[in-house]
Ligand binder design. Structure first.
Ligand code: PLP
Length: 420
């Protein structure tokens, strides 16, 4: 990891880029006054977020707060549009959209021609399942722990179009990458057209061996769709190196970007396989976006602010962010594992998980525990009901401090003893 001086680090987080696109000088976010005392001190990063010091959002897997540069960018673009809704202002927004696309492409190590800007991962996943031409002779291989947008969506479309869906079962605890490569290999048949899996699952945070699965698909002449909702903005993913044909993600999750903005990467060589499912005006200007991104009127200020979210993370460094999130998750798992009664659903081996941690807190009532954690300890988490791996999901990210992880573990330990 490159060393960054305290002053440089503060400067890295300062933000200026899209101001010039508006054709006038706009206020820039303040440079954080306190540089990090050491590489472990992320308080400067945290200070870029609006939530108060006593609040601990630990639910990145669901929705992340955006840092000041993103919030201010959305506001700046909205003000520009609403105070002067003229053709002159409006014509700047498609330019900003292309700048967002360029930066996302650079961030992911792909080309702008391969990026479609969607509303979210759900839409991106569905653009693939609706856009491929599949019929009774075709099969799709999915994964049991896929999000509904990459499992239920395939199943419903299969009922209509007559193709078959094979679902590879999930196993808990995560049995290791080789297990899943073998399980997917066995599910493939000569009729398989696409293999669709979550890179990291939203249920228990299981990390799937994406590169090996994409290679397996490619070997068999099968397409691969990697749902990156839980990796875009936290793991230093490069979809082209991974070998994915399609990779999807949401800006409002780990990227800490604007809400209702997502991405679909479509590898250049497979673009002719995907027909547009939504046909309207206002397409993108390059590559796949010219056909797949004509969604009609959009929230253009949010799309413009995608550039700022990417810039924010790029300035910190993608590898650093991955390392940090993994360290926090590891500390969380170590702490939870030491508590009597906790069943960890997430495996701590870094080849089997990333930064999503899920566990059952003994016999505690999960919704009551989540309420107590929020109301008394100011910790925001997610819950999972039902009989299948129920419990609490915590997903720490770059805005969390190590002390908050300790506080979360202490609080859960306290409730395990005292009840809620
Ligand atoms: C793996 C996975 N895919 C897709 C989604 C859907 O994301 P969005 O609601 O942003 O479309 C989620 C949301 O949690 C997810 O975890």
């Amino acid at each position: 990891m490159p060393t960054v001086s305290r002053r440089d680090f503060a400067r890295l987080l300062a933000f200026t880029a899209p101001a010039t696109l508006l054709g006038r000088r706009t206020p820039v976010a303040p440079v954080p006054p306190v540089p990090p005392a050491s590489p472990d001190d992320w308080s400067d990063v945290r200070s870029q977020f609006l939530f108060p010091a006593d609040l601990t959002p630990m639910n990145a897997a669901n929705l992340c707060p955006a840092p000041r540069p993103v919030v201010e960018s959305v506001e700046r673009w909205s003000r520009a549009l609403d105070s002067d809704p003229s053709p002159g202002t409006r014509e700047k927004l498609p330019v900003a959209r292309e700048e967002s696309r360029r930066l996302v492409a650079e961030f992911l190590g792909v080309t702008p021609e391969e990026i479609v800007i969607t509303r979210n991962t759900s839409e991106a996943n569905n653009l693939v399942s609706s856009g491929l031409t599949l019929g009774p002779d075709d099969e799709v291989v999915t994964f049991a722990d896929n999000h509904p947008s990459a499992l239920r969506a395939w199943q419903l479309k299969a009922e209509r179009m007559g193709f078959r869906v094979t679902v590879v079962p999930q196993t808990n605890p995560h049995p290791g990458p080789d297990h899943y490569v073998e399980a997917f290999r066995q599910a493939l048949t000569p009729r398989t057209r696409i293999l669709a899996f979550s890179h990291v699952t939203n249920t228990t945070g299981d990390l799937l061996p994406a590169a090996a699965l994409c290679a397996l698909a490619r070997e068999r002449g099968v397409l691969s769709l990697v749902d990156g909702a839980q990796t875009f903005g936290v793991l230093a993913v490069r979809p082209a190196e991974m070998g994915a044909d399609f990779y999807t993600g949401s800006a409002h999750k780990w990227l800490c970007g604007p809400r209702e903005v997502g991405i679909l990467y479509v590898r250049r060589d497979v673009q002719d396989r995907l027909a547009p499912s939504i046909i309207s005006l206002y397409a993108g200007r390059v590559g796949a976006s010219r056909t797949l991104e004509a969604f009609g009127q959009r929230d253009e200020p949010a799309i413009a602010a995608l550039a700022d979210a990417v810039t924010f993370q790029t300035r910190i460094g993608r590898e650093r962010i991955e390392q940090r999130a993994r360290e926090l998750a590891r500390a969380l798992m170590d702490g939870l594992r030491a508590l009597d009664g906790v069943t960890l659903w997430t495996h701590s081996d870094p080849t089997r998980s990333a930064a999503v941690v899920s566990f059952q807190p003994g016999s505690l009532d999960v919704p009551r525990l989540a309420t107590a954690l929020y109301q008394r300890d100011r910790i925001v988490c997610a819950t999972r009901g039902g009989q299948d791996r129920p419990g609490i999901r915590l997903s720490p990210h770059l805005y969390n401090l190590a002390s908050e992880v300790e506080r979360a573990v202490d609080a859960i330990g306290r409730y395990l003893v005292s009840g809620v």
